[in-house]
Design a protein around this ligand. Sequence first.
Ligand code: CTP
Length: 406
Amino acid sequence: MSDIPGGKRVLLIVGGGVAAYKALELTRLLRKAGIGVRPILTKAGAEFVTPLSLAALSEDKVYDDLFSLTDEAEMGHIQLSRSADLVVVAPATADLIAKAANGLAGDLASTTLLATDKPVLMAPAMNVRMWLHPAVQRNVATLKADGVSFVGPDEGAMACGEFGPGRLAEPPEIFAAIVKMLNAPAEEIFEAWPLAGKHALVTAGPTFEPIDPVRGITNRSSGRQGYAIAGALAKLGAKVTLVSGPVSLPTPPGVERIDVETAREMLAAAQAALPADVGVFVAAVADWRVDEVFGSKLKKDKGGPPALTFVENPDILATLAASGPNRPKLVVGFAAETDDVEAHARAKLARKGCDWIIANDVTEPGVMGGTENAVLLIAKDHTERWERASKDDVARSIAQRIAEAL
Ligand code: CTP
């Protein structure tokens, strides 16, 4: 391990699983932040990543055999288990979790976990059924009671084709958990996160426009896509302000949420959040509100149905896209369409003055209020058609594209 004066070191145990490749990205992030990485590769892990790539990225020797006499002569496995400030297991397989929970020590990884006197962070990755199995949950509970920390697993589409919790947390998320546990200085994070130092504004959910104290007009929107995007941007290191209409969703980790009800409140909150490097306008804003809100409940027996007059709400996206020097560098709008998706969305791009439109066909089953989305990314000079994916995956792809663009 390269010596970092006063720097922090991590012993990274890489278990077997399709997600093991993400351990390479994690290693890169850690090294970029000046954190030392000494890898231990399990036998199963070596089926997925090569010792050579781990050695190259970590700039250290890869330990993979408990009984290698040369290793033992250079550094005993007990000493190895204590040679860092933190032990990280990523991916932590059901097997490694079970071994650690039960104190087994049949190989280098499990021996290290048993012999270490340092804090341990596990990033589990496995099939959703396996993760939800009582045996795994029991083992995780045991480890938590023993003081082991966990990051993830995330929910999403899995390599095995199933959907649910079990995906390895994204490398920036694991990195953030490591930095927190190491108490590493903030400048180090600054270097490694693709969106560190950037401010993202996201609008999400519906707006609610009151008619009287008990009634109102709203749009259909679960807020899921916007919340997922806010969460994905935060995971890449952005400071995220989420201006949200009324929804019943938890605030994603690391996101600052401002609750609003009406379109005018949403506009005011979005403007107050500027300056921002990127604005992502996902909210399903009610286009109209009643021009006069009744102060008391309208009664049925008082002269029949009320005659309501509507006035148009401000367009938040168009207003912020035209906000001169305060305009976010990248303005991303959404277009929920029911027909002629690309043509309508392209017209919207021009009309609202944004840089990208993410368009979807909301007549597709499972999109409105559901967990999946099939989108087009429409930029000024080209159109991309993305494969149907979970809203979380769409959010991750959008966040990644934003990071590249910024
Ligand atoms: N939007 C907004 N403020 C509004 C209306 C829409 O910020 N008052 C934003 C949405 O968040 C979305 C984009 O504009 O990013 C497109 O919204 P959409 O409802 O599809 O567009 P409309 O302007 O309502 O166009 P149309 O009714 O013609 O489809």
